[in-house]
Write a protein that binds this ligand. Structure first.
Ligand SMILES: [Zn+2]
Length: 391
């Protein structure tokens, strides 16, 4: 996820929150949920979809402005019957095939995380409804875990945290020797070494390198993947030792009762009294989504901010829509520099969004021109970038 810097931050925030006990007080009196109809209709339609199963919610047709006024607890969305639940079951199946007894409990909350000391996983609410996924994209520029593939990948990672919490794996001497100390603070910024073979690569931006817990979760995720090819993929890498350790460790604990068995849910959606607007204001501030202005001049030559082009497609949207194709075009020439490419692309899209640029003219030409610009800037950035990835 190019939002990996978010991933880290969110986990720090989640942890901090769990510790500080900053919980929204429970209120069981009011009927929070909006009327929901046609539940059975929503169950129809078996096709696998990456959008949530549509149910009827009064707010689903509201404008963004109206939607932002809603309190999160009043959304009334649930995991049951959504495509996300199918992803959860898929990964449960992977645990079962590995003979692992634990099924981490899941619940909807404000973000992805597994709170310290809880063998379960919080899933962000926006995945439970297509309208909320659109809102997320609009507010944050991307939807973390918004495709089946990405969702399953993140779940494997988060289940790794849950299993660590359940069996308190971080207390083991060998675990500490291989991954480090779990109590180590999450850094504000981490500087991964893309060439390092001491870490597996699963989520984007070399996330395993950000913290010992993340290193373990990433290693676990790679180990859990079906059709285990890790022995081959990581042959000759020092990271293989971590994978082999996880393999032996799981063999040892898989049928054991977890030491920590709480089913506690931290910040369940139904108890979050913040409005969506407050939530997004806070989220944007935490992740301090700000993009460098160094590409402004070049982007302005490509896109338009003239009032008469107001009705054209937003350049940020245009780029997101063509992201895969553009990346394919550029990565042919930038090869192993995927990491930098992702960063530069992300900054450019963010800047286009902030400057409200519009995509005007031939789509093909724009794509080509942008690909060239991106290549040049990626190569340039390789030599000039000193900063790490903000967590
Ligand atoms: Zn994690």
């Amino acid at each position: 996820m190019s939002a990996t810097r978010r991933t880290g931050r969110r986990e720090t925030v989640a942890k901090r929150r769990a510790h500080a006990g900053r919980r929204v007080p429970a209120r069981r009196d009011a009927k929070a949920k909006l009327p929901r109809a046609a539940r059975s209709r929503a169950r129809a339609g078996r096709a696998r979809r990456t959008a949530a199963q549509p149910r009827r919610f009064l707010w689903a047709r509201s404008s963004t402005e109206q939607l932002l006024h809603l309190r999160m607890r009043d959304l009334g969305v649930r995991l049951e019957g959504t495509w996300v639940q199918k992803c959860v079951e898929e990964v449960y199946g992977e645990l079962a095939r590995r003979g692992i007894r634990l099924r981490p409990h899941v619940w909807l909350s404000h973000d992805w995380y597994s709170p310290e000391g809880v063998p379960g996983v919080a899933i962000p609410f926006y995945l439970a409804h297509p309208r909320l996924m659109r809102l997320e994209r609009r507010q944050m520029l991307e939807v973390e875990g918004g495709t089946h593939e990405e969702c399953v990948k993140i779940l494997r990672h988060e289940f790794g945290h849950a299993i660590q919490h359940a069996y308190q794996l971080q207390r083991r001497r060998q675990w500490q020797k291989l991954f480090g100390h779990s109590s180590q603070r999450y850094p504000d910024v981490y500087q991964p070494n893309p060439a390092s073979r001491r870490f597996v690569q699963h989520l984007r931006l070399y996330y395993a390198q950000s913290h010992p817990d993340e290193d373990f979760a990433e290693t676990f995720a790679v180990w859990l993947q079906p059709r285990a090819i890790w022995r081959k993929r990581y042959a000759g890498w020092p990271a293989l030792r971590k994978l082999e350790y996880v393999d032996a460790l799981m063999e040892e604990i898989r049928q054991r009762r977890p030491d920590v068995r709480t089913r506690r849910r931290v910040d369940p959606l139904g108890r979050i009294t913040r409005t969506l607007r407050e939530h997004y204001d806070e989220k944007r501030e935490q992740y301090s989504v700000s993009y460098p202005d160094i590409y402004d001049r070049d982007l302005k030559r490509l896109f338009s901010d003239l009032p008469r082009h107001r009705r054209f497609e937003r350049a940020s949207r245009f780029l997101r829509r063509n992201r895969t194709e553009i990346r394919r075009l550029v990565s042919r020439w930038t090869g192993e520099y995927q990491f930098t490419l992702e960063q530069v692309m992300r900054d450019m899209i963010g800047r286009c969004h902030e400057l409200k640029f519009r995509a005007v003219g031939s789509e093909r030409r724009l794509k080509m021109d942008f690909a060239v610009l991106l290549t040049v800037k990626t190569m340039h950035s390789l030599y000039s970038r000193r900063s790490g990835i903000a967590l």
